[in-house]
Design a protein around this ligand. Structure first.
Ligand code: ATP
Length: 308
């Protein structure tokens, strides 16, 4: 089946005063794809989404959604998109079902509300007031509201921020089911595990720029190292010490915390023990793990996605 471009973004720019928040972002999303914007706080993800959904006017560039130009055809764009923003304000005193009926009344046609309640796992809560819902249930209601007019493209801005692990996983299942139903999803997140599990392709954003764009697997492969060795040392070490080690491709050091990237785990571990013994370094909390999107980000920017 030929692919159909649902979102076409070219050279998008947004400036707040003298501050350039988004610097010429470009990407395309095909029908049925889940596309993720992954980046740390302040990377420009929300600003990008807000421009795509018509909430902020781009200073430059174009965005075409399902064939409609955001700058010139915003009313048509609004008919084909559903939006859940970080700050969706709900009417706290309304019940779940009442809220859905209210929003449905804003549109000429809407999906079956019974089915939507069921799909969003809100059946038991349908007669509860919004103010009594948990964070996860409120997010699921916010997504239900974004879906009420059966949009083609769904925007989810950091949908799981602040949720507990179980609520996050429930939401992941819901997002994956949207894809099964042929929806195109654009979501932003600063959780790399979320991006990896959900997204067909990921644009990594940093300081207003898209610094990488590919499938999660290819992004991790681009590191050319399959494993990461992490440990703390008793003293801040010198980078050169580890760069020369056999089997080590890259080194990242933050104070006493060291990360070594390698394709040859056994060789890297053996040389690490040698180096540590020779230089009288004490290794603590040694861990090995598979390389992740977080490593891709560290590799590209020298910083972590989330400061811990
Ligand atoms: P977060 O995960 O914190 O929402 P983000 O990647 O979505 O981050 P944005 O909210 O788009 O990032 O912000 C990008 C940059 O623009 C940040 O430095 C932010 O402080 C700045 N910014 C956002 N909105 C405004 C505004 N209305 N006026 C001035 N600066 C703004």
């Amino acid at each position: 089946m030929p692919s159909e471009v649902m979102v076409d973004v070219k050279g998008l720019v947004k400036q707040y005063g003298s501050f350039l928040a988004v610097k010429g972002v470009e990407f395309q999303v095909e029908k049925g794809e889940i596309f993720g914007l992954l980046g740390p706080n302040g990377a420009g993800k929300t600003t990008t989404i807000e421009m795509l959904v018509g909430l902020r006017k781009p200073d430059d560039g174009t965005a075409v959604l399902a064939g409609f130009d955001v700058k010139k055809q915003i009313n048509q764009v609004k008919e084909v998109i559903g939006v859940q923003l970080q700050s969706t304000s709900l009417f706290e005193l309304l019940k779940v079902e009442e809220t859905l009926h209210l929003y449905a009344s804003f549109y000429p046609s809407h999906v079956d509300i019974e089915q939507l309640i069921e799909d969003m796992l809100l059946t038991e809560k349908r007669n509860d007031r919004v103010k009594g819902l948990s964070g996860g249930q409120k997010q699921r209601l916010a997504i239900a509201l974004a879906l009420i007019h059966d949009p083609k493209i769904v925007f989810l801005d950091e949908p799981t921020t602040g949720l507990d692990p179980q609520a996050r996983r429930t939401l992941w299942d819901i997002v994956l089911r949207l894809k099964d139903r042929g929806k195109t999803v654009i979501l932003s997140t600063h959780y790399m595990d979320e991006a990896h599990v959900l997204c067909d392709r990921i644009g990594i954003m940093d300081q207003g720029e898209l610094i990488a764009l590919d499938t999660p697997t290819n992004l991790v492969k681009s590191l050319q190292s399959t494993s990461t060795v992490e440990f703390h040392l008793n003293n801040p070490p010198q980078e050169e010490l580890f760069m020369k080690m056999e089997g080590v491709k890259e080194v990242s050091i933050k104070d006493t915390f060291v990360q070594l990237y390698t394709d040859e785990l056994q060789m890297a571990l053996t040389s690490l023990i040698h180096v540590a013994t020779e230089h009288k370094l004490t290794i603590e909390d040694l861990q090995t793990r598979q390389a992740t999107l977080e490593d891709v980000f560290i590799h590209m920017t020298g910083r972590r996605l989330r400061e811990s």
